[in-house]
Design a binder for this molecule. Sequence first.
Ligand SMILES: [Zn+2]
Length: 414
Amino acid sequence: MNPYLIFILTVILVGYILDLTISIVNLSSLDPRLPDEFIDVLDGRRYAKSQSYTRITTTFSMIKETATTTLTIVFILIGGFNWVDGLARGFGLGPIGTGLIFTAILFVIVACVEMPFSVYATFVIEERFGFNQTTRGTFILDLAKGIILAVVIGGPVLAFILWFFEIGGPWAWFYCWGGVVGATMGIQFIAPVLIMPLFNKFTPLEDGELKETVANYATREKFKIKGIYTMDGSRRSTKLNAFFTGFGRFRRIVFFDTLVEKLSTGEIVAVLAHEMGHYKLRHVFKMLAASILQMGILFFILSLFINNRGLFAAFRMDHVSIYASLIFFGFLYSPISMLLSVIFNIFSRRQEFQADRHALISTGRPEMLISALKKLSITNLSNLTPHPLHVFLNYCHPPVLERIRALRKKRSSI
Ligand SMILES: [Zn+2]
């Protein structure tokens, strides 16, 4: 048997078994006793509801992963990629055109497999727990807009990568890296103005106590912003969120309308102070630098496997091509990307604690951040007792109880 095939199947199966194990231990660590911290804000019935939400979403993801893993393995073994390649080559285009069609067909296949799961998650599970606000119309429109964006942005980027590798020689990976970094930065700049308004409506926050308090806080912190907006998050879900978009003086603060509705002014400022902490402590910059570096590593290793005949034999391909190399490389790279994501999560969790601490010091009101965190996790039915292994591997935020504990400890020490 082809060594690449053995390696890829092992990676897929080990990843699958690992995920399944974590899901199972995570379910077993659901504790019916309500944590003391939440006794004042949560009753037994709502706590039971949040646990049943964790149980159902976890079981659902196990079923989904079993189905997609099985289909992936079958697709590889029956030579599905070679069949798609035959279809793409049938159009009689050059290597770049064929590559775009090849990728588009795979994209459609993956979308068709994932569609029923996505419909079920939105319209059955989220609906049942009262989160879903997405209408069928919104769901279909989102899908259509997503496809158009993938074609308009993803298409040219992919065409450039293929073109660089066709003509680029030994430095192709470097040009690709530069090109993709440039495109990513460009997208960050145009996203708040051109892309995000396609999906949501952004309204400047209306004058009043909240706007004044937020603006005063930003001025006091010497934090330049372009504007304060609310976003109609309620169009899709009742879940709460807040974030920044853009860079430097183009930065905007965006609050979900659901957040403005559910949180008090003091709590919203605390959430804002946390988000600002990420900028002030240069987290945003560090994460961006890390992801640029990671992209460089990815393209370099990719360049070593372009047109590797052993790899093409593993996928039962008749023809060697750069576009298929990109896809097959994705399978080889997945253990590295899993490892990098665990490292990324470790740093990210540490940064969350730091941003919490920043919010505490700059507002001087830790109880506001604590009650905001409680409201967020109650409304979003977050799992209050995730298993430590699950947290270690998959959580980019520390569990809420750990954050509250750290805030209380810090408060008593100042
Ligand atoms: Zn954060």
